[in-house]
Write a protein that binds this ligand. Structure first.
Ligand SMILES: CC(C)(COP(=O)(O)OP(=O)(O)OC[C@H]1O[C@@H](n2cnc3c(N)ncnc32)[C@H](O)[C@@H]1OP(=O)(O)O)[C@@H](O)C(=O)NCCC(=O)NCCS
Length: 130
């Protein structure tokens, strides 16, 4: 659903199989309905305050299961894992349409909106993990 005009190959990200990468999913009656992936990857502009960081990618919930708290639950599961890996920041390139969701979780927005070709407007966002 994140790449409706793409192929399965567009859903494979660099680092998917790295040792420190983890992928979370929420299941309802055995059906995978919400996903998020976490990569040990720094955004250089945050390195002054956060030596080690994680990047969030591929966060999505099936339309019929949205607004049930599933993405929040995945993030709350991820935070202690990120902290346990000695990282103090989680960042992402958030779709403009999802910025409200990330704000509710506690993410902060940074800089201007930028365009990712074929996907649309995004903004850099981050949350400190304590
Ligand atoms: C954005 C998305 C991942 C949120 O998933 P979700 O499982 O519906 O999120 P939750 O149910 O945990 O929502 C948590 C809170 O954020 C709110 N929220 C959810 N989506 C929102 C949005 N797009 N804008 C503003 N608030 C939003 C919810 O109402 C909820 O608020 P509450 O705690 O007051 O009830 C989901 O809408 C989605 O898959 N969108 C399409 C794909 C996408 O844009 N992914 C993000 C890529 S950066």
């Amino acid at each position: 659903m994140l790449r409706p005009h793409g192929t399965l190959a567009d859903c494979i990200f660099k680092g998917d199989d790295d040792e420190l990468t983890f992928h979370l999913g929420a299941f309802i009656e055995g059906k995978l309905v919400s996903v998020a992936s976490f990569y040990f990857e720094n955004k250089p502009e945050f390195e002054g305050d956060h030596k080690h960081q994680y990047r969030l990618r591929g966060m999505a919930t099936l339309p019929e299961n949205q607004r049930q708290g599933l993405s929040s639950a995945l993030l709350k599961t991820a935070f202690p894992l990120i902290k346990g890996n000695q990282c103090s920041l989680l960042w992402c390139n958030a779709r403009e349409s999802a910025e409200g969701f990330y704000n509710k979780i506690g993410f902060r927005s940074h800089g201007e909106i930028f365009d990712i070709p074929l996907i649309g407007p995004h903004r850099l966002m981050s949350i400190e993990i304590r």
